[in-house]
Ligand binder design. Structure first.
Ligand SMILES: *Cc1c(COP(=O)(O)O)cnc(C)c1O
Length: 494
């Protein structure tokens, strides 16, 4: 299976190892497989009795054909072990007659980024080997919270790699900051940046495009790479849990093999929901993909009008991992539906004018598969409270947005199919707002919110978040954004 750019480069095709090692295509596009492999009902049925790591290895092997099945199984077993994810890596729980929940936050950092970032570093190290690369990879990450910690956990102590994370000092929650500051591992570095997330991201981008820095790193036998969600190595592991969830729903008797389900996904960069779309293209019986947004509802508008416009107000919300105006992975959907020439044209318009409009035919194709809904802050809080009071179900702010979207979709369409709601973070990761949603009161502080929420709900605090305030703080350095390049070089050299 070869990979090509969504904008036309690499027309001859590159290996999956090359796509994973490189991240971005040479023309700025994203890597996509040349064709989408499929499975039939029998093959799907045969996965039902498999464990999560085996399901993952079987599905990954359809896309990563330059990896052996043994390599993939070795990596999936290590990534999704019981030590890291507990009994089941991506369990499905029933909320009511219509709605089931796919819980993707049982990993080491309590958010769904772990599903990809626990395995991607392993695929990445093999990719380096397969490409004959001898240098050390330095992974640079700018984070608004969840990605930084998940990348640190994924890359820590992985041979042949180093990782450096920049976060905005006042732009992440107290829990997120503590999670990063207490990170262990001999190849990790974490810096706070005086500034906001855009400053951190722009700083990282500037380092990537600075020839002088690249040369200097090269002489130290180091090359730069990224771990962000446009890398194919992050997308492909996300296909697995949709297939796995379907198998589990058949196994539990919630649906029969072949039944069509709808899926609601809390969406920011469009990576998670796009992985669901690939699963559908592979033959998984999925009907509508419900794209759930917060007040930054650029995707809701796109799915309702066929016009994407980033020229709009930006909101800081209680579901911060979805506070995004440019959903990078949407480019992959454009590529599938409209082809590389149109994708290049639309991306060009987006960067020059800040918007683009689909043709009617293209928009019809989008609407056939996707429906967009959004939740206000009040609706998000209300959903957390109602689900807890009525169903004894404790959810985080991001998941609440997806539940609200699922309910709106069901009401509007009198939908009768089962809806799978994707739950992307442990409620404890956003304990402050979850506590406030249920009680109407503020907790003592952000750390005590964890125990206060536990007392209230009787749901246990996940082990990685327990005693977070008692762990040693190892990374306290705060730097100006102008110092990011120097800090990177210093870290590369030691
Ligand atoms: C990253 C994240 C999302 C958004 O996922 P995308 O793949 O960017 O659409 C949703 N919820 C949580 C908790 C996240 O960390």
């Amino acid at each position: 299976m070869n990979f090509i750019s969504t904008r036309g480069a690499h027309a001859e095709g590159v290996s999956s190892a090359y796509a994973i090692k490189t991240g971005l295509a040479s023309d700025g596009g994203l890597f996509m497989p040349e064709s989408i492999p499929s499975f039939g009902e029998n093959e799907l049925a045969s996965l039902i009795s498999d464990s999560y790591p085996t399901r993952a290895a079987k599905i990954l092997s359809k896309f990563l054909t330059d990896y052996t099945y043994e390599e993939l199984l070795c990596d999936t077993n290590a990534a999704y072990s019981k030590e890291k994810f507990g009994q089941s890596a991506a369990p499905v729980t029933k909320v009511d007659e219509n709605i089931s929940m796919l819980e993707l936050w049982h990993g080491p950092t309590c958010a769904f980024k772990d599903m990809a970032l626990q395995i991607m570093p392993r695929l990445f190290v093999r990719a380096i080997e397969k490409c004959g690369e001898k240098k050390t990879a330095l992974i640079l990450v700018a984070t608004s919270g969840d990605t930084g910690k998940a990348a640190l956990e994924g890359y820590k102590d992985i041979d042949g790699t180093k990782i450096k994370v920049f976060y905005p000092v006042d732009g992440v929650s107290r829990i997120q900051k503590l999670q990063m500051q207490t990170q262990e591992g001999k190849n990790v570095s974490v810096n706070g940046i005086v500034g906001n997330f855009d400053d951190a991201q722009n700083g990282v981008k500037a380092i990537f495009s600075d020839e002088k820095i690249r040369k200097e790193l090269d002489s130290e036998n180091v090359f730069l790479s990224s771990a962000n969600s446009i890398n194919w190595g992050r997308l492909v592991p996300q296909i697995v849990y949709y297939v796995s969830a379907y198998c589990d729903m058949v196994k539990s008797g919630e649906i029969k093999m072949g039944d069509i389900i709808d899926v609601s996904v809390p969406t920011g960069n469009f990576g998670n929901i796009f992985a669901c779309y690939i699963a559908k293209l592979m033959g998984l019986p999925i009907g509508k993909l419900i794209c759930a947004s917060n007040m930054n509802n650029v995707l809701t508008d796109f799915l309702n009008r066929g016009v994407y416009t980033k020229n709009r107000q930006f909101y800081t919300t209680i579901s911060p991992s979805m506070d995004i105006l440019i959903s990078s992975n949407l480019e992959r959907l454009l590529y599938v539906l409209t082809g590389k020439e149109k994708t290049r044209k639309y991306m060009d318009e987006l960067s020059k004018k800040g918007e683009y409009s689909l043709t009617k035919e293209e928009f019809d194709l989008v609407k056939e598969n996707f429906a967009g809904y959004y939740a206000t802050e009040e609706e998000t809080m209300e959903t957390i409270k109602t689900l807890f009071n009525d169903k004894n179900c404790l959810i985080d702010t991001h998941t609440a947005v997806a539940v609200k979207a699922a309910k709106d979709y069901i009401d509007e369409n009198k939908a009768e199919r089962k809806v799978l709601v994707v739950s992307t973070a442990s409620p404890y990761k956003f304990a402050n707002d979850v506590f406030r949603a249920i009680t109407g009161k503020y907790p003592e502080n952000e750390i005590s919110a964890l125990t206060e929420l536990q007392t209230l709900s009787n749901v246990k605090i996940p082990a990685p978040l327990e005693n977070l305030d008692k762990k040693s703080v190892l990374h306290t350095q705060i730097i100006e954004k102008t110092q990011m390049a120097d800090a990177t070089l210093t870290f590369a050299k030691n």
